[in-house]
Design a protein around this ligand. Sequence first.
Ligand SMILES: [Zn+2]
Length: 506
Amino acid sequence: MKQFINKYKEIIIFNLVVNIIFALFVTLSSYYYIPLNNLKGKLMYFLHLCIVQGTFASIIYFLTLSRVIFKVVFSTLFIILSVVGYWTYSINISMSSALIDASVTTKPYIIKDLITVQFILFLVCSTIVLWGIHKYYKSIKPKQGIKLFFPLSCLLLVLYFLVNNERTRSLESKLPYSFFYALNEYFIKVDIPLKQTIKITDTKNFNKLNIVFVLGESLRADHLGLNGYNRETTPLLSKRQNLISFKTVYTNKTNTALSLPCILTDKSIYSNKNDSVRSVFSLFNALEIPTVWIGNQLLEPSYEQIVNTNKDVVIIDKFKSYWNIGKKHDLELLNEFNKLFKREINGLYTIHMIGSHWWYEDKYTDAFRKFKPVIDSKYIPSLSNEQIINSYDNTILYLDYFLNTLINKLETNNIPTVLVYLSDHGESLGENGKWLHSHTEALTNPGMMVWYSNSFKTVYPNKVEALNKNKERELSTDLLFHSLVDLIDNDNFNYNKELSIFYTKN
Ligand SMILES: [Zn+2]
């Protein structure tokens, strides 16, 4: 062993130094904001960092084999990724296709805001470090021991794919890998077969309504106080008149990317075909009803095109995905809503929340920290069930306040108004030892509620009666498309009336 190290000492030390520098400037930034409460959690994440950097060491090694490639490709990668690292350290940005899109289309005044003294110092520092690396590189023989190090690097690369698949793709969410995945997502657009909007000549013959659809995140129905949960998680909504909860809604799509394409179109959760589908927004557009999407989540490729069929799309926290610590709180969505909402005319407004997505602690504000103790680490094995459930339930208290605030505003509308809240899926809270939602055993019973204004009740008593009859039915999230279309009673559209919660046979 000693002999081996002595023989390849030069190349081993060089790669070690380059990887440590790379980790400090780039990789470590992805771990900087992760809250961890004990030594075991810190060790586990340190191990995770070592696996990410250790497997990426193979790519760096391949680049060192050619002097030209190392000079051009490594230098470019190092500068770009250390700039990304800088923004990750300073404001915890998340690599995504949206971020790349924003970077390439960014306006000069935004660039001016981003260029600070600290940023320039950082750039100078990384350039000097890069110069040092190249100077060091000139003094070594990079191909020494290639017969040994080349296959070893190939093995490390294979290890990356194996571990990434095993660990629910957690390696690819960290820098530097997240950068390449975001690039890939930016250039390869998923094509959703969307049917063209039909032109309708009679655009006046439909119900005059204001519809607000709140698309929730990871809310399980059985944790709502108004559904009989043993904790009062909905103190404000429980006192509300004209509010109906649907306890038995089902979905088999247990993550956002799979669930949303079915909720927002006429594609059924039971269909595996790739047939063309209709976006619910395009039908409203055909009637010249304003459609507005206000979101606190980045748009994923599986539903981005559908969302973009809205007339207006506003995303409030463009550079942070739901995995980022420190995302904006959902109440900020209402500031945008207040700006865009027109109370006297028809409209379909969709508000897409970050809701109860893990990490729960930054999804609500301090005033809602009622159930304690709460989670204090992202390393789940170091947390008690009680901590996790407490934090999760606090996010529901926040949702209760959020919806109540929104309803307070809608109550003053003159035209009939309906609010439909539907979560995209549920959440596992320790059942069978499973947590969060990205596995098949995740909870399939999302929360759903409907509120309607007094004028809606007066003008559409049959629809209110239908809501009361349908609330006990076992339904699937397929109901959303058909219910929204059914609400406006326009005969031009084909839809399944039986799936509407606003319709009953007798
Ligand atoms: Zn989701």
